[in-house]
Write a protein that binds this ligand. Structure first.
Ligand code: NI
Length: 173
């Protein structure tokens, strides 16, 4: 299973709106395995297919503590069907190395998706898991954390990324 290159902002492929997965087959499962290996190697807590240039509505999340057993969650063709409240969370992103910024998102979300076997499931999440789901779903629509920032912060992050300034890592999606 090869580790895939994670695209960095401002790569235009990060702006692609991904297409639904038609069949959950071994090709998709191989892609999921590659994504998991790439995410853990980074290391990160979430990765969307668009971040490795794959035009598919699929993301993975693992928010387990580093010293705890891994809890890989797979979301194929995800849809948020309900959301409530607001929370502010300091987010990172594997496509923005060295950047972490406060982003406001829903406090709770309910998501419907398919798992790696193609079975439908529904999950209600809060806290970091809810943040990660919203962050990754944004990626599938070509939307990035920078889009959630105010004008000045957006400009600072944009310039920082153009300089390819790799700062300290924070938990990244
Ligand atoms: Ni991200």
């Amino acid at each position: 299973m090869p580790i895939r290159t994670i695209l960095h902002y401002p790569d235009p492929r990060l702006r692609v709106k991904a297409k639904p997965v038609v069949v959950v087959d071994d090709t998709i499962r191989t892609l999921i395995d590659d994504m998991a290996e790439s995410m853990y190697a980074a290391p990160g807590v979430g990765l969307a297919a668009t971040q490795i240039g794959e035009d598919k509505r699929l993301f993975i999340i693992d928010i387990a503590d580093e010293d705890a057993p891994s809890e890989l969650r797979v979301f194929i063709n995800p849809e948020i069907v309900a959301s409530a409240g607001q929370q502010l969370y300091r987010e990172g992103c594997l496509s923005f190395p060295g950047v972490s910024e406060d982003v406001t998102r829903a406090a709770e979300v309910t998501v419907r998706a398919l798992d790696r076997d193609g079975n439908a499931f529904e999950l209600s999440a809060s806290g970091l898991l809810a943040v990660a789901i919203q962050h990754e779903l944004d990626h599938l629509d070509g939307k990035l954390m920078i889009d959630h920032l105010g004008v000045i912060k957006r400009r600072i992050v944009h310039r920082k990324m153009l300089k390819k300034d790799d700062g300290p890592r924070t938990p990244a999606h």
